[in-house]
Design a protein around this ligand. Structure first.
Ligand code: NDP
Length: 312
């Protein structure tokens, strides 16, 4: 019986580091880098990020597709994606921790009004702002999944009031939970800071529009580290200009890199980061990938499977 092989197809990840991390846990696994497929019958798993369209159909014994990231929207760009093979996404504890670090960093900066203080300092202006009461400040997480749930827990432990909004009903200790479109206005109306950690799906694309901003309080701060296409840019710019949104922190954009003439670049109340809120690491993600390969080879269902109908 030939050794099982994994095909690695990503232009933005290091195949050597991923191969080493996987083989450390599963020495019998052969790691091949696209387009060097070798004997296609040996390939049982694919580890991919923005793989070439149709590439996954080359492998008759493929049992598992692993998306090299938490957000799976790029994988659905392949119109020839094999239909009956499970797609799993990375749930890497270090990626999750990194996102919580990003959310806490920016929520605290917004809570402590760092953008206004930095502006005052540049003008050599003593601008006393009394610190807001953390216990009376509510942070709302749009998306209460792996990333949103972890960040919500940390924000609650810091002392914020925390709300969360998801697609399906949830119960999370210390978090006031809302779900579905009907409950979105009730979720938004009490938030001082709204953080978007939603995936990009057919249902979330352009979800955060003028109507959603209209349900926020005047002076709400907004953070988007989910996906750029969830937000209607003109609606956010209008909300910033009207003061409905006092400051926006954006890590993700409709087009990346963001075109040089986009208004976000020069908007005084926008803080931008270049889609670097967090990252996965081969050594912390590999155990889950190897576990899933062993599961499918043993005829068991893998974990962290993407729901194709829901798109995440
Ligand atoms: P999960 O799948 O674990 O969680 C997604 C959450 O969004 C769930 O709570 C889900 O609801 C909710 N959701 C999905 N669709 C809707 C909807 N239509 N209405 C309301 N809520 C909805 O994903 P993760 O937490 O792991 O990741 C979230 C996203 O973060 C990724 O998809 C990716 O786009 C982004 N990301 C960004 C990174 C960056 O560096 N900026 C890095 C990694 C990820 P329910 O709980 O009911 O299923």
């Amino acid at each position: 019986m030939p050794a099982p092989a994994l095909i690695f197809a990503s232009n933005s990840d290091d195949p050597v580091a991923w191969g080493a991390a996987l083989r450390a846990l599963m020495p019998e696994l052969e790691v091949r880098v696209w387009p060097e497929t070798g004997r296609v019958e040996d390939v049982v798993a694919a580890l991919v990020w923005r793989h070439p369209d149709g590439a996954l159909n080359a492998f008759p014994n493929l049992k598992l597709v692993v998306n090299l990231g938490a957000g799976v929207d790029p994988i659905f760009a392949d119109p020839h994606l094999p239909r009956n093979i499970p797609i799993v996404r990375l749930v890497d504890p270090e990626l999750t921790r990194g996102m919580t670090e990003y959310v806490v960093l920016h929520v605290l900066a917004l809570h402590r009004r760092l953008p206004e203080l930095a502006e005052a300092q540049r003008a050599a202006r003593w601008h006393y702002i009394h610190p807001a009461d953390t216990r009376r400040t509510r942070v709302g997480l749009m998306g209460l999944g792996n990333l949103g749930g972890h960040a919500a827990d940390m924000l609650a432990r810091i002392g914020f009031q925390v709300s969360g909004w998801s697609r399906t009903p949830k119960q999370v200790a210390g978090v006031d939970c809302f779900h579905g479109r009907d409950q979105l206005p009730a979720f938004l109306k009490d938030c001082d800071i709204v953080v978007c950690l939603l995936p990009l799906t057919a249902a979330t694309e352009n979800l955060i529009d003028a109507g959603v901003f209209a349900h926020m309080r005047d002076g709400t701060a907004f953070v988007n580290a989910g996906r750029g296409r969830v937000v209607v840019d003109d609606a956010l710019l209008a909300a910033l200009d009207s003061g409905r949104v006092r400051h926006a922190v954006l890590d993700v954009f409709r087009d990346e890199p963001l075109p040089a003439d986009h208004r976000y670049w020069r908007h005084p109340r926008v803080t931008m980061t270049p889609h670097n809120a967090t990252a996965g690491y081969p050594e912390t993600a590999a155990p889950q990938i190897v576990d899933n390969i062993r599961r499918v080879l043993a005829g068991q269902a893998p974990v962290n499977v993407v729901d194709r109908a829901a798109g995440y």
